[in-house]
Ligand binder design. Sequence first.
Ligand code: PLP
Length: 453
Amino acid sequence: MKELDTATLRKYDSDYLWHPFTQMSEWEGADNIVITKGEGSYLIDSDGNRYLDGVGAIWTNVHGHCKREINDAIKAQVDRLEHSTLLGLTNDRAVMLAKRLIDIAPEGLCKVFYSDNGSTAVEIGVKMAFQYQAQTGHPEKTKFIAFDNAYHGDTVGSMSVGGIDIYHAVYSPLLFPTIKAPAPYCYRCKLSPEGDCTRCGLLCLKELERLMERHAHELAGLVIEPAVQGAGGMLVQPEGFLKGVRELCDRYDVLMIADEVAVGFGRTGSMFACQKYGITPDIMALSKGISAGYLPLAATLATRKIYDAFWGAYADLKTFFHGHTFTGNPIACAAALASLDLFENERLLESLPAKIRYIDERLKAMSALPHVGNVRQEGMIGGIELVADKETKAAYPWEERVGVRVCLEARKHGLFLRPLGNVMVIFPPLSISLDELALLMDGIEASIRTVTG
Ligand SMILES: *Cc1c(COP(=O)(O)O)cnc(C)c1O
């Protein structure tokens, strides 16, 4: 294979590639960064420039880029078996990973159904819940509660349970209808953990209860991003909210589907957000961090109650008729196993509290900046919302794309960042060092000061 120089790579990218979530008229012909290497917390481009990866390879990276132990596990696996199938066969790596996942998952989850991305992991959960109801004598329970501002992926089923209009509105005729619950934060200030906003949280639970009471007879399940609405802007849920949701699901006999695609695998400081907040969902979707950012892999975990509803003679047609070609891919599973070993061997979770405290300190300090409307944090996730007017919290006009401009400015400080609208996102590899974290926060702060004047 012949290596290409930067100019040729850019040209071919413009000529042949269609990028996700990208207006290509702005992309084609621009001097886009071509990443050719990774090293720890850094991405390195085709000209040798280094960027601290502030968004952890779009929220997937755990142990840093090109981590030797994971590289070695993948190389070893490639020489043993690249892929077979879980249809009519099993493979050692898929089996070993399933056991490991159940060992660390919230108590009560006992079965692993693999797929290969977050959208399918959620969609599988939705189909499982739907079929569960049909096969346990409740064919009338077919609807789902979803939250405003939620993001669960881009396939038609996962979009249906999403709630971000800018992404989903154009497809609305394609989507199945859901019952929308208000997002659990104050719509004005976007904050939840303090002051008035705790009241908003409680109001949300009250509204959710009202919806459940009215619709219980027709509800199959509820889909939620536990602890944080990620793509919706890193919005943190109020204390007690998740537990409240679990209690309501129990009371009204609604299956709780927890989408831990973004928050799973240590991101909140606990292995899973549901554990941090003391609940077990009926179904849990995992992806992003599962293979430490290496390979497409996802898993939907279910409790015994769910699994048993699919049990029967073949002719009963209770089988879960779903499966993807690359389900249980042994190379991806080997990467995930190596990642779980690293969690243990490097005591990764134990290393997080100091970093989480540091992010907290820096965010608190940044909240005083004149155009920072508020800051939010959940473990190793941070969000900084930029506003036109600090007093009224009036947003910047979206067309001004202040968030994008801050990210471009941050490149001058050696950072790669990706915003959510006007929210600056902090989502580095969990393995980031305190010194690197300081560079990240310094660079973000300086870039916000420059762009917002
Ligand atoms: C990223 C994400 C998804 C979708 O995952 P893909 O792998 O992009 O399909 C679903 N849910 C949440 C919470 C996510 O952050």
